[in-house]
Design a protein around this ligand. Structure first.
Ligand code: ADP
Ligand code: UDP
Length: 237
């Protein structure tokens, strides 16, 4: 496999074409951003930590029957993935109240949500990723009804797998964001799963162990990501 030109540089990752038209290389950079790119920093080792973290989680999900784009690690900061036709909608599941849910509804942070909630947001930085619903997604053609129901079922399946994985390692999976795409007529999990796109709290102390450390200036961002990984059994360099 040969890495070719850069197709797209996002806020945290870059996508490269390869000599295989059906495969891309994802490069995990150290760039870290929050609040739609308003707060930006380079965090040493973040690309490597998130690349390895994502590989570990994608493999767990694949073993549990969730189709993912992940094909393998290429280097400390690069992974080979299936090329997807990305659906521009973020799927968010919440097990515990935090973040925009608390701001939007005025509910207190830290409430257990039963059953877990499922929300959809349009991926659009200029509009600050507005919340949408199934009707809007279908009407505007971002995904059809069958695709939406697969995305929802897979997002909940991910919750079943990952909630217990984190719980067994002494952590709470508070919420997370997933992105899906189309490949050969199937809905496949794309993008990444890392502490950048989810909230993880220590089960006993409720210490924040995710990107909120960066958003809220709590410090030790990457050290804490690595601690989460180590608790799950991931080895970093
Ligand atoms: P953003 O675009 O939100 O700034 P990133 O910096 O993470 O995000 O950039 C990665 C981009 O690559 C995202 O737009 C994501 O939707 C896209 N992407 C992730 N996985 C795939 C894939 N398998 N095929 C095509 N595009 C992908
Ligand atoms: N999230 C993300 N990318 C986004 C928006 C949200 O990864 O563009 C993740 C976020 O890290 C959290 C979950 O999705 O784990 C829910 O985010 P929320 O709606 O609470 O928004 P936030 O408060 O993070 O802006």
């Amino acid at each position: 496999m040969e890495k070719r030109d850069e197709l797209y540089a996002g806020k945290a990752k870059s996508v490269y074409r390869t000599d295989d038209p059906d495969r891309f290389v994802l490069l995990f950079r150290d760039d870290t951003s929050a609040f739609d790119g308003e707060k930006k920093e380079q965090l040493n080792r973040k690309g490597m930590v998130n690349n390895r973290f994502n590989a570990f989680i994608m493999e767990k999900l694949e073993q549990a029957g969730v189709p993912t784009h992940f094909e393998g690690l290429l280097s400390p900061t690069e992974s080979l993935v299936k090329k997807l036709d990305m659906i521009p909608v973020e799927c968010v599941v919440r097990n515990v109240s935090a973040g925009s849910l608390c701001r939007r509804l005025g509910v207190e942070e830290g409430q257990t949500l039963t059953p877990p909630t499922f929300e959809l947001f349009l991926k659009n930085d200029a509009l600050h990723d507005p919340m949408v619903n199934e009707s809007l997604v279908v009407t505007f053609g971002w995904a059809n009804t069958a695709e939406l129901s697969q995305m929802k079922a897979l997002t909940y399946k991910v919750n079943d797998v990952l909630k217990s994985l984190f719980e067994d390692a002494g952590m709470l999976l508070v919420d997370y964001k997933l992105e899906f795409g189309r490949s050969e007529g199937a809905i496949v999990l794309g993008d990444e799963f890392s502490p950048d796109g989810c909230r993880i709290w220590d089960k006993a102390t409720r210490k924040k162990m995710d990107k909120d450390r960066f958003r809220q200036g709590l410090g030790d961002v990457i050290e804490t990501y690595e601690e989460v990984g180590r608790r799950l059994g991931i080895q970093f360099d």
